[in-house]
Design a protein around this ligand. Structure first.
Ligand SMILES: *Cc1c(COP(=O)(O)O)cnc(C)c1O
Length: 233
């Protein structure tokens, strides 16, 4: 019951307004079932096929939580993805948003909440919209939000970012702060159809600093389930 205890401790430790999205990659169905029974509300998955398998094994427990896509969303997997996810956290271009919108509409589903993924540290190795490729970035993002908000079958619900991972979480602080400022700026636009509710940032290594800088949605795996074994990815 270590996993349940870890979840409950973390839930008590952080403010109530912060949503915990548990990163499920490489974890077994038993581990996920345990954390759902402990009261988890939100789960994050990186791959569509693994999520389908997890859902099949979890049975009725699936409906006790919201499922977030936190991995790279491939266009050819979107149809399957909209069958298993409640929130898409990794929309990182207008092209991707248009592709998602078209498929949600075609499937005659309700509009799906999305977060726009930004790569706040402009790192080569990470997904998300890079500030250094779209200067002035804040203006670029305002225009993108306005454009995306016109799509009828997606609903912008906030921003997601990985942020650079340093040994010292304090080094992440300025990046988190920039993401927070952008989040506020986009919220202040008051764009119809847009509800800037979630700022999804902070993983096991730096969630405390992320919350101090305004995150209201953290994504953690290791803190709850322990280290990932290399042979299981
Ligand atoms: C794995 C993962 C996390 C959680 O990482 P931990 O360091 O295990 O907390 C968060 N976000 C994304 C996108 C991930 O892939």
């Amino acid at each position: 019951m270590q996993i349940a205890a870890n979840y409950i401790r973390l839930r008590e430790e952080i403010p109530d307004h912060v949503t915990i999205v548990l990163a499920a990659k490489t974890r077994s169905v038993e581990e996920i079932a345990e954390v759902i029974d402990a009261g988890a509300t939100d789960l994050g998955e990186n791959y569509v096929q693994e999520t389908e398998q997890m859902h099949a094994l979890l049975g009725e427990k699936v409906n006790k939580v919201r499922w977030h896509m936190i991995g790279h969303l491939q266009t050819n997997k979107i149809n399957k993805a909209i069958g298993v996810f409640d929130v898409m956290q990794t929309i990182d271009s207008m092209t991707k948003a248009v592709a998602l919108n078209r498929r949600v509409k075609r499937a005659e589903r309700k509009p799906i909440p999305i977060l726009i993924e930004i790569n706040i540290g402009s790192e080569f190795t990470k997904a998300g919209i890079r500030p250094d490729e779209h200067e002035p970035f804040e203006l670029y993002m305002e225009r993108l939000v306005q454009e995306m908000s016109e799509l009828s079958h997606i609903r912008i619900a906030g921003l997601m970012t990985m942020g650079p991972r340093f040994g010292d979480p304090e080094k992440s602080r300025p990046y988190f702060r920039r993401a927070r400022n952008l989040f506020e700026q986009l919220a202040a636009l008051g764009q119809p159809n847009v509800q800037m509710r979630y700022l999804s940032m902070g993983m096991t290594n730096a969630y405390k600093v992320a919350i101090e800088e305004g995150s209201n949605m953290i994504r953690v795996g290791t803190a709850i389930f322990g280290p990932r074994l290399c042979n299981r990815r």
